[in-house]
Design a protein around this ligand. Structure first.
Ligand code: HEM
Length: 505
């Protein structure tokens, strides 16, 4: 059995080498490809650049090869874009041509080959999904309906932390409680549901499965089998695990949330629009035959990943920077005391009256961009970019982190300095009005969740700073802000212990 496999592998390797040489000879005549390291047959540049294609490593390669470069990763073409002009070309000027998404072998599993919205190609299905999701999730009406819920959730966080004597003494891993808050913020919108405590068995199960999905998808460990098809048999165990996690998650969404909501809807009058939560709108679309049940489940899957984790990571980064910059924390607290009055809890409409709070959020999203490479884009057909030919179905990564942290474009970018958004960068907003700063992307595939994420960040960071002095644990002057990059994500490596000393207001 093993010998047979080895023989097959060697024959495939031989044929692939010959084909690769032939194709590369033909290609080099026809195409003017972007610069990049010289690829070798079969492996391309994989042996040279390895698996860890995080934003910092891609920045180093950009310094060597330029603002656009091409990596041949086995069978996949990867084009990395690192200038505001080229980002504009990909996301705006040629937004249709580069508006599709690639999926690798793992994302194929988790999205049912693009039956979702985030990872589907640009076309009819994406348009329909984005339209169906807009009314229940991405309008100001949703913000106005749910902001009381978000304010309530963060008030509960403040209460729980105040009640915990450890918080003021040795500190607690604040993130754990904030994770429950973020689930509740989004599950209220989705299902009109919340979890009472961190020990709620359903919450524990959900959190574990989502965490596993994230770990498996964002890891670089499976790149070799994705890039080089003859190595794919070695990924069998990994892909089996992905399939199991995917099945368990979708089943959980179905059994505990969708079916429950359907039951409730059948026993209550459904003509009251005000009482509808997001999933009711999505189920309406299913009943009209616009989408099927799998699409409904993948919408729930997308929100669990795209909304909860990204916002939680950004909150966690914001807290870390505030702990490590006590003078900024103090300035923020003073702003809220002055504008709102001491002890007046910040609400969603207040966040617009607090420019320093807005600047702290912008600076967090700049330095600690949660999705530093955006979600990978793709061109379905052969295309041109920056004077080069881009072969069809190339993965296009926009290194948004580098655009926002390039010292040629920003003053001392490595410094956490919210003041920059009052001084030299006073016109820059998070909505993509400047191609050097794209924490939510821009254009057709940009983040529709920005409308929810910014107020949630404002309310959460605002309330924490109003109520507590946030400090490193005893004996430490700073908390560890080492990063953990993934396929396109960036979060803090260690969930630090934070001391939260209650303020007497
Ligand atoms: C701080 C929090 C967040 C950050 C930094 C963030 C960032 C991003 C980025 C960079 C993209 C990809 C843009 C591109 O590829 O051009 C994206 C896509 C997306 N985000 Fe967010 N996001 C956040 C919160 C949210 C929330 C709260 C939701 C939903 C409620 C959400 C839903 C989505 C969806 C559905 C997409 C895919 C859009 C598409 O492919 O058409 N995000 N996000």
């Amino acid at each position: 059995m093993d010998l047979l496999f080895l023989e097959k592998a060697l024959v495939s390797l031989f044929i692939t080498i010959i084909l690769a040489i032939l194709i590369s000879k033909l290609r080099s005549k026809r195409f003017k490809l972007p610069p990049g390291p010289l690829p070798v047959p079969v492996f391309g540049n994989w042996l040279q650049v390895g698996d860890d294609l995080n934003h910092r490593n891609l920045t180093d390669l950009a310094k060597k090869f330029g603002d656009i470069f091409l990596l041949r990763m086995g069978q996949r073409n990867l084009v990395v874009v690192s200038s505001p002009e080229l980002a504009k070309e990909v996301l705006h000027t040629q937004g249709v041509e580069f508006g599709s998404r690639t999926r690798n072998v793992v994302f194929d599993i988790f999205t049912g080959k693009g039956q979702d919205m985030v990872f589907t190609v640009y076309g009819e299905h994406w348009r329909k999904m984005r339209r169906i999701m807009t009314v229940p999730f991405f309008t100001n009406k949703v913000v106005q309906q749910y902001r009381y819920g978000w304010e309530d959730e963060v008030a509960r966080v403040v209460d729980d932390v105040r009640k915990n004597p450890q918080a003021a003494k040795n500190g607690i891993v604040l993130r754990r409680r904030l994770q429950l808050m973020m689930y509740n913020n989004m599950y209220r919108i989705m299902f009109d549901r919340r979890f009472e405590s961190e020990d709620d068995p359903l919450f524990v199960k959900l959190k574990a499965l989502n965490g596993e999905r994230s770990r498996l998808a964002q890891s670089f460990d499976y790149n070799y089998g994705d890039f080089i098809p003859i190595l794919r048999p070695f990924l069998r165990g990994y892909l089996k695990l992905c399939k199991e996690v995917k099945e368990m998650r979708l089943q959980l969404f179905k059994d505990y949330f969708l079916e429950e909501r359907k039951k409730l809807a059948s026993t209550t009058r459904s003509d009251n629009n005000a009482l509808k939560c997001a999933i009711d709108h999505i189920l309406d679309a299913q009943h009209k035959g616009e989408i099927n049940e799998d699409n409904v489940l993948y919408i729930v899957e997308n929100i669990n990943v795209a909304a909860i984790e990204t916002t939680l990571w950004s909150i966690e980064w914001g807290i870390a920077e505030l702990v490590n910059h006590p003078e900024i924390q103090k300035k923020l607290r003073n702003e809220m005391d002055t504008v709102l009055g001491p002890g007046v809890p910040v609400t969603e409409p207040d966040t617009y009256k607090l420019p320093y709070l807005q600047a702290v959020i912008k600076e967090t999203l700049r330095l600690r961009m949660a999705i530093p490479l955006l979600v990978p884009h793709m061109n379905l057909h052969d295309a041109k970019l920056g004077g080069y030919d881009i072969p069809a179905e190339s993965k296009i990564l926009v290194n948004a982190w580098w655009l926002a942290n390039n010292p040629a474009q920003w003053k001392n970018p490595e410094e956490f300095r919210p003041e920059r958004f009052f001084e030299e960068e006073s016109k820059v907003e998070a909505n993509g009005n400047d191609f050097r700063y794209l924490p939510f992307g821009v254009g057709r595939r940009s983040c529709p969740g920005i409308i929810l994420a910014l107020p949630i960040l404002g309310i959460t960071l605002g309330r924490l700073v109003q109520n507590f002095e946030l400090l490193p644990p005893p004996g430490q002057s700073k908390i560890d802000t080492s990063e953990k990059g993934g396929q396109f994500s960036l979060h803090i490596l260690k969930h630090s212990t934070i001391v939260a000393k209650p303020r007497v207001c």
